[in-house]
Design a protein around this ligand. Structure first.
Ligand SMILES: Nc1ncnc2c1ncn2[C@@H]1O[C@H](COP(=O)(O)OP(=O)(O)OP(=O)(O)O)[C@@H](O)[C@H]1O
Ligand SMILES: [Mg+2]
Length: 398
């Protein structure tokens, strides 16, 4: 859990220092006051990535961007299995020939560390209205979903993924050069081997994670729809060129098997890769598909059905992180309660009430029952300032 949050020049928070209690925290504020930014800051501290595709520059307060050495800082005191740790993530701008270049830097207890080292210190799951895009949007969002969940609990995965991405970039560069200067087999040997080596780790780990999540997704969805809808997860595994559903998901092949299959497919795709100037085989081309009663939900599902599937997926992510890390993740809910129907709302309220720590944002206090508010620690946010309020001082409906 997070005990304290400090923000400097982070979006509309010029300076914030806030102690956070365990249990339920509700953050109320009008539009554009900083509710989402608050959750985003915590999410960044936990995962080093934004829930949305963003440039690092966006995080730095507009006014601060004009200073000679612009920066934003997110600092948190995290209470974990091995005591209290202070984690800092600094987004710093440095002058470069093409303007200011922003980079993230990490510190643990004041000591500079690699970004990867702060992962897993604070595991969190964010429920946000844009979650629906995981289900309905392009494959990139689904890979991102998997990567962020996995990187929080598996540092080997995170390392393999970082190396894999570099290899793909390098290999694509080589392919483009080969288009102009001709193909040289030897140049590719090392990169193909590396691609297979790291790509197989990424593939196997994703496969295993989906194997854990798929039954959870199905179970939650069944419970929420009273068994009217069955939601099935498919892994479109690029390395093997296969579509894997259960029970295959529950039985991933060995690393050697994946390596062999991937090397073979990579060799077969060489001419195509050379033609297109990009690597067409590997987990950067993976996808996940959801079938609702046998049909692809991104093509045939209603908005409500897609939203429910995304919701089931988040709950599955929660269980996955719990199993993999041995700790319940911090739950961040960005105004999601108001957009869920009664049943999902009740389910989520129940889960949130049991979480060691959960932060919920809301526009209106009136959306919650009084008993729920009475259990929670209440805060309001106004123009990047957060203060605690008492139940007696707020207007409530129920
Ligand atoms: N880099 C930045 N510098 C200064 N302000 C920023 C920066 N990035 C975003 N903002 C501003 O922060 C404000 C708060 O945004 P945020 O998304 O947190 O609001 P919110 O409270 O979640 O509102 P809503 O209820 O509409 O979702 C917005 O007005 C936005 O323009
Ligand atoms: Mg918001």
């Amino acid at each position: 859990m997070i005990k304290r949050l400090e923000l400097t020049n982070f979006r509309n928070y010029i300076s914030l220092s806030l102690d956070l209690p365990p249990g339920l925290i509700i953050l109320q504020g009008d539009n554009a006051q900083g509710k989402t930014n608050f959750l985003e800051a915590i999410y960044l501290l936990a995962t080093t990535r934004s829930p949305f595709s963003k440039t690092d520059q966006e995080f730095v307060n507009w006014l601060a961007q004009d200073s000679p050495l612009p920066f934003a800082k997110i600092a948190g005191v995290i209470e974990g299995q091995d005591g209290s740790t202070r984690i800092e993530l600094v987004i710093a701008g440095e002058p470069s020939p093409s303007g200011v270049r922003y980079r993230k830097k990490a510190f643990i207890n004041g000591v500079p560390k690699r970004l990867i080292d702060i992962l897993g210190r604070l595991c969190c799951v964010l429920f946000s209205p844009s979650d629906i895009e995981i289900v309905s949007g392009p494959p990139e969002g689904r890979r991102r979903f998997l990567d962020i969940a996995l990187c929080q609990v598996d540092s080997k995965y995170c390392q393999a993924l970082a190396l894999y991405n570099k290899v793909v970039e390098r290999r694509n560069h080589l392919l483009k050069r080969a288009q102009e200067e001709g193909f040289n087999e030897e140049e590719f040997l090392f990169w193909d081997e590396s691609l297979v080596k790291y790509g197989s780790i990424v593939t196997k780990t994703r496969w295993e994670a989906l194997g854990t999540m798929a039954p959870e997704v199905r179970k939650t969805h069944m419970a929420l729809t009273e068994a009217e809808e069955s939601l099935q997860v498919l892994y479109i595994c690029s390395a093997l060129g296969e579509v894997i559903s259960d029970p295959g998901l529950a039985n991933p092949p060995s690393l050697e098997e994946i390596e062999k299959a991937m090397a073979q497919r990579l060799a077969q795709a060489r001419n195509k890769d050379l033609d297109q100037g990009v690597t067409t085989i590997g987990p950067h081309r993976d996808d996940v598909r959801f079938l609702l009663n046998g049909r692809d939900i991104s093509a045939y599902g209603s908005r409500g059905q897609q939203r429910s599937a995304a919701f089931s997926l988040r709950l599955a992510e929660m269980t996955f992180i719990e199993k993999a890390s041995g700790e319940s993740p911090l739950l961040l809910l960005d105004e999601v309660l108001s957009e869920l129907d009664q049943k999902r709302r009740e389910r989520l309220t129940e889960i949130v009430s049991q979480a060691p720590q959960a932060i919920i944002t809301t526009l209106e206090w009136g959306g919650f029952r009084k008993e729920f508010l009475a259990k929670a620690h209440l805060f309001t946010v106004t123009q990047g300032n957060v203060r605690a309020v008492s139940l007696s001082s707020i207007p409530t409906a129920a």
